[in-house]
Design a protein around this ligand. Structure first.
Ligand code: IMP
Length: 432
């Protein structure tokens, strides 16, 4: 039984996609268990850049089978577009290598419209959602009024969809938003059925059997720990469980499956977040612009899904320890170490000042994070470009020290550090 789990240890956008892609070379199955097309995973292979929102990034490896678990919310229009764009890029996406749980929930245009209406009603308190209908789809799921992928194949689906759209229109009127034309949506959804039906399969049974047969399953988390609906910086979170325990409920696995799991946390060398919410180590001015990048490279700090510039700051080790505990992380992979090259000094937040005292954890769970002041430890930077480096001994001593300090502060080892966007731009960190 080999379950590998990749989790974002921050607010998402840690560079999980390329790490998944790398680990997928050793996996039989690659699975998504949460979220929907709010995710944006970029994988660079040679000159080709793949931007995946719904399909597991590991599907780019031809030997893998991709799974979309019951914990997901799936917009069929985005799904079919993404499948087609992969096919155009020469990746086979056929029913023998992509399986979708019938229990995953559907995202409809009504969910997207409600998402936008709710955000504008929130005004200055808006969450800054991706506008993909994620929250409203999970709201319907929890309210037991949602539509599921498997229902698309049922004879009464059109009636259910119509009732859903009419209900949504009543809500949209309440919010003063434009209502939706029902008939064209019904027609479009009717046209999806034949394209999607061959991919619907009992993912829970399949993943259970795969593990029982000794296959390697790589569960690919979307978003990050601090966006978890239960453990994140609520209400500035997404609407699913982004943390490792969500793998079990989101794929239909029992606790035994997690017993020997390798739980890899992906952490960026600095902190970023998109949307609203507290961010104790946030930077502004030249330093922020320097870390964010100009936007001319696909790996600069602009949202893959929305294109919004990301907020940036120093690495927050207090939040990293929180992520280690909540996910049971066994190791860390650090991304974008190369971006720190050229800085005189690099800072890590090691504790907070709150109400006149210094604390090394969160003030009260995730509450009160907006009121803390970061306490920094400063480290000397390095000047060398790290992008050509492939071996630990070729890293500047200051970069080695930075990685050692992050391991020490997190309480779990950083096992690998990426020094550029390409597949092979990775340095293995020796055990200390
Ligand atoms: P939603 O998931 O679209 O409802 O957005 C809720 C919050 O999560 C917003 O702050 C988004 O910016 C953030 N978010 C959602 N998906 C991602 C992601 O893949 N990376 C980073 N932030 C995300």
């Amino acid at each position: 039984m080999t379950l590998h789990i990749i989790i974002g240890a921050q607010w998402g956008d840690e560079g999980k996609g390329r790490m998944v892609d790398w680990l997928a070379s050793q996996s039989d199955y690659v699975a998504r268990f949460n979220g929907g097309d709010n995710a944006g995973h970029t994988v660079t292979v040679g000159k080709a850049i793949f931007k995946l929102h719904l399909l597991p990034s590991g599907i780019i490896h031809p030997h893998t089978i991709g799974l979309l678990g019951n914990g997901m919310v799936i917009n069929p229009a985005s799904l079919l577009t993404e499948m087609e764009s992969l096919r155009t890029a020469g990746i086979s996406v056929t029913p023998d290598r992509l399986h979708i749980s019938p229990s995953a929930h559907l995202i409809t245009p009504a969910h997207q419209a409600i998402d936008r209406a709710l955000e504008s009603a929130r005004g200055r308190a808006s969450i800054g959602t991706t506008g993909r209908g994620i929250g409203p789809a999970y709201t319907d799921k929890a309210a037991r009024t949602g539509l599921r992928m498997g229902q698309m194949l049922q004879p009464d689906f059109q009636d259910r969809l119509q009732a859903h759209l009419e209900n949504a229109n009543r809500l949209l009127v309440l919010y003063g938003a434009a209502t939706l034309e029902v008939a064209p949506i019904l027609k479009t959804f009717a046209s999806y059925k034949d394209s999607i039906a061959p991919y619907i399969a009992d993912v829970a049974v399949e993943v259970h059997q795969a593990l029982a047969d000794g296959k390697t399953v790589l569960a690919e988390g979307a978003q990050g720990t601090l966006l978890d609906i239960d453990q994140g910086t609520y209400p500035f979170v997404t609407s699913s469980n982004t943390t490792a325990p969500g793998v079990l409920t989101g794929l239909g696995l029992g606790l035994q499956a997690a017993r020997e799991a390798r739980v890899i946390g992906v952490v960026k060398a600095f902190q970023t977040r998109v949307g609203g919410g507290p961010f104790p180590t946030e930077l502004s001015g030249d330093l922020a612009a320097r870390l964010r990048g100009s936007g001319s490279n696909p790996w600069d700090e602009y949202g893959t899904t929305t294109g919004r510039p990301r907020r940036v700051g120093w690495l927050d080790a207090v939040l990293l320890r929180y992520a280690v505990r909540l996910n049971g992380l066994t190791e860390l992979v650090m991304t974008k170490l190369d971006i720190l090259s050229g800085l005189e000094t690099i800072s890590i937040c090691t504790a907070y000042q709150a109400g006149g005292i210094t604390i090394d954890g969160l003030p009260f769970g995730e509450y009160g994070l907006g009121d803390v002041q970061p306490v920094y430890t400063h480290f000397p930077g390095w000047q060398a470009d790290l992008q050509p480096v492939r071996r630990w001994q070729d890293l500047p001593l200051q970069a080695q020290e930075y990685l050692r300090q992050v391991s020490r502060l997190a309480g779990v080892p950083v096992r690998y550090a990426s020094v550029g966007p390409e597949r092979e731009q990775i340095v293995e960190v020796p055990e200390s």
